[in-house]
Design a protein around this ligand. Structure first.
Ligand SMILES: [Zn+2]
Length: 329
C-alpha cells in the first residue's frame, strides 16, 4: 500500500510546552512539530522562528502574554522554510518592527520562497490550518551581512539588546540550508538553533548542504551551550543533553550523505538509492516523528549532492508528488 503523501495523514494536534530555560530564555516546543524560541528582555521580546501561520503565532503570543507584556519587537527567521516564517505578520500587532534574517535566507526567499510556500502547505495541512490568514511571503526588514563562513569570509554578526539581555545572531556555517542563522544568549549559554539541530524527530535535509553540515554542528558544539531549543524535539537542558542532540543530528546527516555517495558511486537509480539508504537509516531512526515524511526528500537531496549538484533543486508541489510516487508509492 502506498503511504499518504508527506504529512497529509498526520492530523492529530500536538501538546505544546512553553517552558523557561534561563532567566530570559523560553522554549515553545510541540512533540516534534516546529519549535520557536522566546527571549524576554526588560524592554523588548524576540521570537526565534515565527510558526507556520498567524493563527498559530497567536497561540505562541498568548503563552508569552502569561509572562510578559513587553512589545515583541524582533522576529528572527533562522531560515526560509514556510513552517518557520509565515506566521510573522501576527507579531506586527504586538509591536514587531524588525524581521531579521541572513543574506543567504533573503536570497533563498527571492529564489524559491513562493515554490516553498506552496510545497510546504501541501506537505503539512495540519500546520497550515487557516492558511488563508497568511498574507504572503515574509520579507526580512534587517538582513545580516553577506559574509559567507564557508568561503572564509567573516560572517555578519548582529547583537540585539533587549534590555538586561543581549542576543547574538550569526550564521555558523551551512547545513539545513545555506542561510541558517542561530540566536545565542551568551550570558545564559542558551542556543536557538532552528533546524540545524533536531532531536528525536525527522531531520529534513531536502534543501541542505550535507557535506558542510557536520562542521557547522561542531561550531555549535564549541559554544558549550547549557540549553538548546532545537528546530524539532524537546528543549535540551544541560550540556550533555545539548551534545546528545548535536550527535543525533550529525549521525543522521552523515549516515544519509554516506549512503547518497555510495549510491551515486554505484550509479544506482533513485529508487535503489532509497532502498540502500533505508538499510542504514531505518534501524536507527525508523521510529522517530516524520521519518517517513523526510526520508524520500532527504535521499533525493543526498543523491543530488553526491552527484555534484551544489545548489539544491527547487521543490515544487508537482516535483514533490512525482518524487513521492516514485519512492513511497
Ligand atoms: Zn527547515
Amino acid at each position: 500500500m502506498s503511504k499518504a503523501f508527506a504529512s497529509q495523514a498526520d492530523l492529530a494536534d500536538k501538546k505544546i510546552t512553553f517552558e523557561q530555560l534561563s532567566p530570559h530564555c523560553w522554549a515553545y516546543t510541540a512533540e516534534g512539530d516546529p519549535n520557536s524560541g522566546v527571549i524576554i528582555g526588560d524592554q523588548f521580546i524576540m521570537v526565534s522562528d515565527a510558526t507556520a501561520t498567524p493563527a498559530m503565532a497567536r497561540d505562541l503570543i498568548a503563552r508569552i502574554r502569561t509572562v510578559s507584556d513587553k512589545p515583541i519587537k524582533y522576529v528572527l527567521l533562522t531560515h526560509y522554510h514556510a513552517v518557520r516564517v509565515l506566521g510573522a505578520s501576527a507579531y506586527f500587532a504586538e509591536g514587531a518592527t524588525e524581521v531579521i534574517a541572513s543574506q543567504g535566507t533573503y536570497e533563498l526567499i527571492v529564489e524559491r520562497g513562493a515554490e516553498d510556500m506552496q510545497s510546504e502547505m501541501d506537505r503539512f495541512p495540519r500546520l497550515f490550518r487557516n492558511a488563508e490568514s497568511v498574507p504572503g511571503l515574509t520579507w526580512p526588514t534587517m538582513v545580516i551581512g553577506g559574509g559567507d563562513p564557508v568561503k572564509g569570509e567573516v560572517p555578519g554578526k548582529l547583537t540585539v539588546d533587549l534590555g538586561g539581555v543581549k542576543v547574538q545572531i550569526w550564521s555558523p556555517g551551512h547545513g539545513h540550508t545555506r542561510g541558517d542563522t542561530i540566536a545565542w544568549v551568551a550570558e545564559e549559554k542558551v542556543l536557538f538553533s532552528g533546524d540545524l539541530v533536531e532531536y528525536n524527530a525527522g531531520v529534513y535535509t531536502g534543501d541542505a548542504q550535507l557535506e558542510e553540515w557536520p562542521a557547522t554542528l561542531e561550531a555549535l558544539r564549541a559554544l558549550q551551550a547549557e540549553a538548546l531549543v532545537p528546530g524539532r524535539g524537546e528543549a535540551m537542558k544541560g550540556n550533555a543533553q545539548v551534545n546528545l542532540a548535536l550527535d543525533y543530528t550529525k549521525r543522521w546527516v552523515e549516515t544519509l550523505y554516506r549512503c547518497g555517495q555510495e549510491a551515486a558511486a554505484a550509479n544506482m537509480d533513485l529508487k535503489s538509492a532509497m532502498a540502500h539508504t533505508r538499510k542504514a537509516m531505518d534501524p536507527v531512526f525508523g521510529n522517530v516523528f516524520i521519518y517517513e515524511h523526510c526520508l524520500p526528500f532527504d535521499v533525493s537531496r543526498a543523491y543530488d549532492e553526491a552527484k555534484g549538484i551544489k545548489n539544491p533543486r527547487i521543490w515544487t508541489a508537482e516535483r514533490d508528488k512525482e518524487m513521492w510516487a516514485a519512492l513511497q508509492g
